[in-house]
Design a protein around this ligand. Structure first.
Ligand code: GDP
Ligand code: FE
Ligand code: FE
Length: 196
């Protein structure tokens, strides 16, 4: 991939790849490369910010394999909402993961960091970049689940419809599994459906 991220970090793309490899399994690393490429395609399709989309996609799961202890320490020491302690890595790796990305990859751009923070649970008001990374994570070429075809088709036609489909799909899946829903995920959902 020939894309220049030097506007947003002093590390070269190759150095970022090395850091990702140090912290992630091969499968998770490949997922990050796939999300980078998919986010770039979506940004091109929707006339978005291709460079931010690529970099946010590349690093979005950087903290995915940190220990629970590391996350808990950062939540307490950096004064994140203590409610987060009731959840787990699924929620932490985006919202708190952005902190590791800022510290260790020297990426300080708030638009990129917000896209990482919101990549799992979304937000009531998402930027186009947030939506691109959120959807790219869901439809990258290695993803396979019932509904993936529709998700990819919607992503090709209407970015907002793709976001709505993903939020509904994820909530349905979590409820079927009977696991706790992070309140932020519900706020995202409520902002996407009509008021009653
Ligand atoms: P990944 O990091 O590429 O695997 O994908 P995501 O960051 O989108 O999601 C990570 C995990 O968090 C997935 O298993 C989701 O189903 C799960 N997840 C998303 N929203 C919530 C939520 O509100 N509560 C809980 N408990 N899990 C969630
Ligand atoms: Fe993730
Ligand atoms: Fe991911």
């Amino acid at each position: 991939m020939n894309i220049d991220y030097s506007e947003f970090t002093n590390y070269s793309r190759d150095e970022i790849l090395t850091k990702l490899q140090q912290h992630l399994s091969e499968a998770r690393y490949q997922h990050c490369l796939n999300v980078e490429a998919t986010a770039i395609s979506l940004a091109q399709r929707y006339q978005g910010d291709v460079t931010r989309a690529g970099l946010a996609g590349l690093v979005h799961d950087y903290a995915k394999q940190r220990s629970d202890e590391e996350f808990k320490q950062v939540i307490v020491q950096q004064h994140f909402d203590p409610e987060l302690l009731a959840y787990n890595n699924a929620i932490w790796h985006g919202i708190v993961g952005a902190y590791f990305i800022e510290q260790e990859l020297n990426i300080h751009d708030e638009q990129i960091l917000n896209a990482v923070r919101r990549h799992t649970v979304g937000a009531p008001a998402m930027s186009q970049l947030d939506k691109i990374v959120f959807v790219a994570d869901f439809i990258e070429p290695n993803r396979d689940f019932p509904g993936i075809k529709e998700a990819r088709q919607l992503a090709d036609e209407d970015l907002d419809a793709a976001v709505r489909f993903e939020v509904c799909h994820t909530l349905t899946y979590l409820i079927q599994k009977q696991v706790a829903i992070y309140p932020g995920t519900l706020l995202t959902y409520n902002a996407l459906v009509p008021n009653h």
